[in-house]
Design a protein around this ligand. Structure first.
Ligand code: PLP
Ligand code: COI
Length: 343
């Protein structure tokens, strides 16, 4: 049993990125070739066949998005349609029945609404994290998808993923690969994460915030962080983020590509980021729902350490990008059309 706290028990300004039971979740079942209606539930466990392919074969995928409390007390989601669409693509890759995007958005709204008291207050920087998941169930012994599936969402209040929030973090280049060149890297499937544990563990045991993965085919280009995409800002103010079929297509990344151009007048491109050319960048960062924007203070590759703007201070363009993004997410800045969904 998870200990049952109430929202009043929480120190909103000092939340970590850990599970706190909120009481209401969402579940939908796929059986006989169709999705059932789905419903809110107070169950925080699932009972499935021990022969379910999610357990043995990794037939599952998941998402991560956040609900934000605005200054006037309302609650909003950031681009949930994009998470719904990405989950459809992930599902297709592991032959799960896709959960329709409109139903995904409705489920996300319903579960946030039911847990409204757990959406952290405006000004604390904390948010309510939503973790949608979809997995194959029903008995399977061979290598094949399950006859049934379950879609669910749990929510939990969170603070910063990387300690310190907008504080530069140190990363370490991993010798391991996260995903294969023509594998599942672009899908948000659990196997990509289990296969990154050793690299992440090694980096953390050496006091780094996390591992950075290189492109699996040549090991010469930066691919991404274990939980976020990477960006660099060149000396002539170009925002550059790796383009690769084996990284997760980050919603934060596409948002920042647009904001860098439209709001900060920067050129913004997806391209190759060679490890040998890191000198071209005056600032660098990691970006994602959990990571938000975390400045990359340094990257260590074996004996070599490359420092970007500073190991202790955040660069001005990284800060400006952060303020635009977070301003939109918390409702302090106008959002581009369709980015914000009010609860
Ligand atoms: N890369 C990986 C491996 C991730 O797990 C995440 C988090 O979802 C991201 C990048 C960032 O993606 P997004 O901005 O959609 O959260
Ligand atoms: C996210 O940013 O939502 C992620 O999924 C990264 C990690 C916490 C799994």
């Amino acid at each position: 049993m998870t200990e049952q706290l109430t929202p009043a028990d929480l120190d909103w300004n000092n939340l970590g990125f850990n599970y706190i039971e909120t009481g209401v979740a969402f579940r939908a079942h796929y059986k006989n070739g169709e999705w059932g209606p789905g419903e809110l539930t107070t169950e925080n466990t699932v009972t499935i066949s021990h022969a379910s392919p999610a357990l043995h074969l990794g037939q599952q995928c998941f998402e991560g998005l956040k609900a934000y409390r605005t200054k006037d007390g309302t609650v909003q989601l950031f681009r949930p349609d994009q998470n719904g669409q990405r989950m459809m693509r992930s599902a297709e890759q592991v032959m799960l029945p896709p959960y329709p995007v409109e139903d995904f958005i409705e489920a996300a709204k319903a579960v946030v609404s039911a847990n409204e008291a757990w959406v952290p207050p405006y000004g604390t920087g904390a948010t309510l994290y939503l973790r949608p998941f979809l997995f194959g169930a029903g008995p399977v012994v061979g290598v094949a998808p399950g006859p049934e599936a379950i879609f669910g969402i749990y929510v939990t209040p969170v603070g910063p993923y990387f300690k310190g929030g907008l504080q530069p973090a140190a990363f370490m280049v991993s010798e391991y690969d996260r995903a294969a060149p023509r594998g599942t890297g672009a899908a948000k499937v659990g196997g990509n994460y289990a296969s990154s544990f050793q690299a992440g563990n090694e980096a953390k045991s050496k006091q780094f915030a996390d591992a950075i993965f290189l492109d699996p085919a040549t090991h010469t280009k930066i691919e991404e962080v274990g939980s976020a995409n990477f960006f660099g800002i060149t000396h002539d103010n170009v925002f550059v983020t790796p383009k690769s079929p084996s990284i997760l297509p980050s919603i934060t990344k596409y948002s920042l590509l647009q904001l860098a151009q439209e709001r900060l007048g920067m050129k913004a491109i997806e391209g190759d980021v060679y490890l040998k050319d890191l000198d071209q960048f005056k600032e660098a960062g990691a970006m994602g729902t959990a990571a938000v924007i975390t400045p990359v203070g340094s990257i260590t590759n074996g004996e070599e350490k490359h420092v970007f703007y500073s190991e202790t201070e955040t660069g001005p363009l990284t800060k400006a990008l952060y303020e635009e993004l977070v301003g939109i997410q918390f409702g302090d800045k106008p959002a581009p059309e369709g980015w914000v969904y009010k609860i």
